[in-house]
Design a binder for this molecule. Structure first.
Ligand code: PGA
Length: 232
């Protein structure tokens, strides 16, 4: 199982450091096959010396260094040994207007640098209600190399993100089944209001290989409860 925490615009450098130390100690007692990733804000990056927890970033610009005001390039990530990145998150697609073209450029760039890429896709409510789901999700995979061995795909329905209500079992099962046909053996995560309660129901679904967690990851005890409940 893969457990990924997306802090979004939460936590400071110091609260991130204590969170990670605590989580890393907790992870030492978890099964070897459980993979744990945390995506703090860029300002919190540091060399944490962790054993089990991988630290990644929520975004970066596809350049080593140069002139791109307000962005961070791969040189700044290398300084802290960062090797994972989230791409295609719905907040960046829908709220910040990031295009599939730019996302695909970032994908190519970080693939070349052998980053683990947690690549997010997900439909808004109107598509779920009356659109062509397969075509919509397919368009979010345009120009994305699905054969890349460090790719992880997170299915996050936009209508379930940050709402407190995750998608129901059947919706997740059907969508992940469809995605499995579309993407082959790429590990699939579910994201969208994942909480410690009910986690087993989600991780027990076929073709769900883990979860990407926002709100319920912010408190380290809550994220640890997700990890232990999933494996209970
Ligand atoms: P949420 O966020 O768990 O708060 O719904 C998930 C995400 O956006 O990755």
């Amino acid at each position: 199982m893969i457990f990924a925490a997306n802090f979004k615009t939460n936590h400071t450098r110091s609260s991130t450091a204590s969170y990670l130390q605590q989580l890393d100690s907790f992870m030492q007692f978890q099964p070897e096959e459980s993979r744990c990733m945390v995506f703090p804000p860029l300002t919190a990056l540091d060399s944490f010396g962790l054993k089990r927890v991988e630290v990644g970033v929520q975004n970066a610009y596809p350049m080593q260094k140069g002139s791109m005001t307000g962005e961070v390039g791969s040189e700044q990530l290398e300084e802290f040994g960062v090797g994972s990145i989230i791409l295609g998150h719905s907040e960046r697609r829908h709220k910040l207007g990031e295009t599939q073209e730019l996302i695909a450029q970032k994908y190519e760039y970080f693939k070349e640098r052998e980053f683990t890429i947690v690549y997010c896709i997900g439909e808004p409510l109107e598509v779920r209600k009356s659109g062509d789901l397969k075509e919509y999700l397919g368009s979010q995979l345009e120009n994305i190399d699905l054969a890349y061995e460090r790719l992880i795909i997170a299915y996050e329905p936009v209508w379930a993100i940050g709402t407190g209500e995750s998608a129901d079992r059947e919706t997740i099962a059907q969508t992940h089944d469809m995605l499995r046909q579309m993407v082959g053996s790429v590990p699939l995560l579910y994201g969208g209001s994942v909480k410690p309660d009910g986690i087993q129901e989600i991780t027990g679904i076929e073709n769900v290989e883990g979860v990407l967690v926002g709100s319920a990851s912010l408190d380290v005890k809550s994220f640890e409860a997700i990890i232990s409940n999933a494996q209970a």
